[in-house]
Write a protein that binds this ligand. Structure first.
Ligand SMILES: NC(=O)c1ccc[n+]([C@@H]2O[C@H](COP(=O)([O-])OP(=O)(O)OC[C@H]3O[C@@H](n4cnc5c(N)ncnc54)[C@H](OP(=O)(O)O)[C@@H]3O)[C@@H](O)[C@H]2O)c1
Length: 332
């Protein structure tokens, strides 16, 4: 039987998601990497249960996470079946659809047939009656936004999703999506952009739109896939994502300019008495629009380290100025 730590809610802090009734942990766990068939089940289970022990109540999935696609949802479903399901009412489970899942014209993007069929498949893989958050994973240039939003609203009306969100939408697309969804009687809960110290595009307009519409933000890849941690400060470790088979982070993408900046940021983190990962996550929380940050991990110790941001999330004005100077510095 799974018995989670009794003090788990003292170990984490929670923030309200936009203008909604839902609070999310400052740190959420994403299952994009390291939860597919290539990772031993016991290790996946250890990370998921270990995260929950730390008060990480939110798990972020998508139909295509693996590899192979679908296998991360299968892993999560197995952990639920193996005991975590007794805590179902204490857990927020997100999934998404938008990327290619099956062949033919109905296997990707934002049409209603694809989105509803994909959600049904996700529920079946995870052994769930509903997900807490269903996201449209990426904007579709060809499907009318009204149809995509209608599919999200339908998922809510059918009781298959409690809340809905969007991911990878720009400011203009997000504003239009929020308005359309609202006209259908459903509020947009959350938006999931790529946002970290090295990729600040959401600051250019998206965050203003989310603030105005009362929508929360859940930045993904908040550690730039590990670049904003101590992982690559002294080279590329053999057990790191960049040294592995991920097509999303290759060794040649670890530039000396980024490592140089990470080293300088690490000095500030040390002065603050925290790890670089903790400082990079806390920095995203400096804006109230950020509700949670969706980290990835290959080891439970990384999740434990990240959850430590609850101890020090505030910044002095001069710290933010020094960080900005490093991030905007064109020289390594
Ligand atoms: N909506 C979307 O389109 C989208 C896209 C991408 C991701 N996401 C979501 O965001 C989640 C996170 O993405 P991500 O994995 O790129 O996030 P990330 O948090 O930026 O990077 C995770 C990697 O950083 C390293 N790491 C994490 N904590 C560490 C620590 N405390 N100390 C040292 N290293 C640490 C680990 O690298 P090693 O593996 O090398 O140990 C880990 O795998 C995904 O799982 C997914 O749920 C969504």
């Amino acid at each position: 039987m799974v018995c989670s730590a009794e003090d788990r809610y003292q170990r984490m802090k929670y923030k309200r998601c936009g203008r909604s009734g839902l609070a999310l942990p400052l740190v959420s766990l994403g299952l994009w990497h390291n939860f597919g068939e290539g990772t031993p089940y016991a290790q996946c289970k250890d990370m998921i249960l270990g995260a929950f022990d730390l008060g990480v109540t939110h798990f972020d999935l998508a139909n295509n996470y693996g590899p192979p696609p679908g296998s991360a949802e299968m892993t999560f479903g197995r952990v639920m079946k193996d005991g975590l399901k007794r805590y179902r009412d204490e857990i927020i489970i997100s999934t998404k659809a938008g990327y290619r899942m099956w062949p033919g014209p109905y296997g990707e993007w934002g049409g209603k047939k694809y989105l509803i069929a994909s959600l049904d498949q996700s529920l079946s893989r995870m052994g769930l009656d509903y997900v807490d958050i269903f996201y449209h994973h990426r904007p579709d240039p060809d499907t009318p936004l009204e149809e995509t939003m209608d599919a999200l609203a339908m998922a809510v009306r059918q009781g298959k999703a409690m809340y809905v969100g969007i991911s990878n939408y720009n400011a203009e697309q997000a504003a239009a999506a929020c308005d359309i969804l609202k006209s259908m009687g459903v509020n947009m809960l959350i938006c999931q952009p790529r946002y970290n110290m090295f990729d600040r595009r959401p600051e250019e307009g998206l965050y203003g739109v989310l603030r105005e519409h009362g929508v929360g933000s859940a930045p993904y890849s908040p550690l730039a896939q590990g670049l904003l941690t101590n992982r690559y400060l002294e080279g590329i470790p053999v057990d790191s994502r960049a040294a592995g088979s991920s097509v999303f982070l290759k060794a040649d993408q670890i530039t000396s300019a980024q490592v140089g900046k990470a080293r300088r940021l690490n000095e500030i983190a040390q002065e603050r008495g925290q790890t670089l990962a903790q400082m990079a996550l806390a920095w995203l929380h400096r804006d109230t629009v950020t509700t949670t940050v969706i980290i990835g991990a290959s080891k439970l110790s990384q999740i434990q380290d990240c959850a430590g941001i609850v101890n020090h999330c505030d910044f002095a004005a001069d710290e933010l100025i020094r960080i900005d100077a490093i991030l905007s510095d064109g020289t390594p």
